[in-house]
Design a protein around this ligand. Structure first.
Ligand code: XMP
Length: 324
């Protein structure tokens, strides 16, 4: 009979058979649930012959690269390399305001950086990298079958297909038969910490699609800090696990405010929090007023460049979860 414990043993054996005794596997990790669980499974199956790569694209959440180093590298013992490519990404994003262009640039730059790193790893230990790990879930498999072409995709997600076209790698997808809740269960059985297993999803293009308009280092820093405060308050209020996804967006709009006896003229932060089961439809989360008041006051007081905070009370549809 099918149990998750059996799945782990079967899958580890399957991975060992596919990869063989010497080949190496490479895979990207993001700090999210899927890539972490997939990476941990690989580590259990083939140890350091699995090479995890984390690309810092300059639009990650606060302290994300360090946290991944700590949690996946030190905590889970995964053979991990973190690459700081933030300048490269931010340079390519310069002057770009269109959301889909941002996604394409980030997707393509990611592929470029990842390939470069794969080349660099190769000669180090003689054996060839033959496989690419992907944390594809069953719903991703279904989606990529049913949505073909830009006319039917509302937003272009998962860009990693390009990696396979360019590098001569074989794909390995240990999670492709699992749903999200099963991946979380698997993660817990593999000893991945609760906070990591129950983390909200975070989009590949990151804060770049949460800084509306042009993405600059300064704008990212403002959005990142506001988001950090917001999530910290959500966790402190015991609400994190009740919410499906929450984040702050920085709007490219200036608004007048007053601080002490000074008139200010600074940007606006929009807070979003949603409840959903499938992310196809979503409701905004009904925070207590006192909670919103506290977050708004902290953000305006602690984040330079913000004069006003708003809360997004739009459902999906008609709005999407993200603002871009
Ligand atoms: P939307 O905004 O389409 O978001 O209602 C639904 C879910 O998808 C995430 N999302 C993305 N994830 N790359 C990703 O990896 C993307 O370009 C992207 N756009 C949206 C969003 O965060 C939400 O969970």
């Amino acid at each position: 009979n099918w149990t998750m414990e059996n799945f782990i043993d079967t899958e580890i054996n399957r991975i060992r058979t596919i990869v063989g005794p010497t080949a190496e596997v490479i895979g990207a990790v993001s700090g999210g649930v899927d890539s972490t669980v997939a990476a941990k499974l690989m580590k259990e199956a083939i140890g350091n012959r699995f090479h995890a790569i984390m690309v810092d694209n300059g639009v990650l959440r606060m302290n994300e690269a360090e946290n991944v180093k700590k949690n996946l590298g030190e905590g889970l013992g995964i053979n991990l390399t973190v690459i700081d490519a933030s300048e490269e990404f931010l340079t390519k994003l310069k002057g770009v305001t269109d959301p889909e262009k941002k996604r394409k640039i980030i997707g393509n730059t990611f592929i470029h950086v990842f390939e470069r790193e794969a080349e660099r790893i190769k000669p180090k230990d003689g054996d060839e990298i033959e496989f690419l790990l992907q944390g594809t879930l069953y719903p991703d498999v279904i989606e990529s079958i049913s949505f073909k072409g830009p006319s039917q995709t509302i937003k272009t997600h998962h860009n990693v297909g390009g990696l396979l076209d360019n590098m001569k790698l074989k794909l390995i997808e240990p999670l492709r038969e699992l749903f999200k809740d099963e991946v979380r269960h698997l993660g817990e059985l593999l000893g991945i910490p609760h906070d990591l297993v129950w983390r909200h999803p975070f989009p590949g293009p990151g804060i770049a699609i949460r800084v509306l308009g042009e993405v600059t280092k300064e704008q990212v820093a403002i959005a990142r800090k506001a988001d950090y405060i917001y999530i910290e308050e959500i966790v402190n209020a015991g609400l994190y696990d009740k919410i499906s996804q929450a984040f702050a967006c920085l709007l490219p709009v200036k608004s007048v405010g007053v601080m002490g006896d000074q008139r200010t003229y600074e940007q606006v932060i929009a807070l979003r929090a949603i409840e959903t089961t499938d992310f196809m439809t979503a409701d905004w989360f009904p925070f207590e007023h006192g909670f919103l008041k506290k977050v708004a006051s902290r953000i305006v007081n602690e984040v330079d460049g913000v004069a006003r905070v708003t809360y997004d009370i739009t459902s999906k549809p008609p709005a999407t979860v993200e603002w871009e």
